[in-house]
Ligand binder design. Sequence first.
Ligand code: DQA
Length: 151
Amino acid sequence: MATILVFNGPNLNLLGTREPQVYGSATLADVEQLCRDAATGLGVQVQCRQSNHEGVLIDWIHEAGREHAAGRVIGVVLNAGAYTHTSVALHDAIKGAGVPVIEVHISNVHAREAFRHHSYLSPVASGIVVGFGIHGYALAMEGLVARRAPG
Ligand code: DQA
């Protein structure tokens, strides 16, 4: 069965206690359960990972590219947290890996501080889901399945 990879970046392990007025009260475990439920509904498998380290996220994107080339992975749902706004290296990794990546943000970053308005990832993302709370992860998974090449 085809797989979707869900990667969460820095500080998303703090969901539930971190700025609940911005990110809500759901924990990372709740997000991962939501993704597993969405996967069941979509008829795919999902693997969820979280890291606070830029290089680890880059390694996972490279691995996703290899798994995509082998036909095992449909794409990646990526909430890169603050690296979204800083990381040329993640931009290059997504570009180089050749795997569809959907950029997700729980909050509406465009309604927040100016430094969150720019994303290094958006130009190389296959799609962007912003401001739907944690439901955005399920929307991104649905989008990946909908645009999957037939066969
Ligand atoms: C975030 C938005 C980013 O600006 C922030 O640094 C995060 C979370 C979101 O999901 O809304 O860590 O990606």
